[in-house]
Design a protein around this ligand. Structure first.
Ligand SMILES: [Zn+2]
Length: 66
């Protein structure tokens, strides 16, 4: 279990970016359901990724000096 935790935690980035095989993603999701640490970390990564992908679009649509 600790080994699985460490291995899956390191692969959270690939999971969030969608660069993971379906089988790996299933194993990771199963772990996330049981592991608060990893699920909090995954949420944080998803939020960060979401912010990164949204920011340029928002800046383009809404100038900051309005
Ligand atoms: Zn974990």
């Amino acid at each position: 279990m600790p080994d699985e935790h460490r291995r899956l935690r390191l692969s959270l980035g690939a999971y969030v970016l969608g660069e993971m095989s379906a089988a790996e993603a299933v194993a990771l999701e199963r772990h996330l359901a049981r592991c608060v640490d990893c699920s909090v970390e995954a949420d944080g990564l998803i939020e960060a990724l979401f912010a990164l992908t949204l920011l340029p679009e928002q800046e383009g649509r809404r100038p900051a000096d309005e």
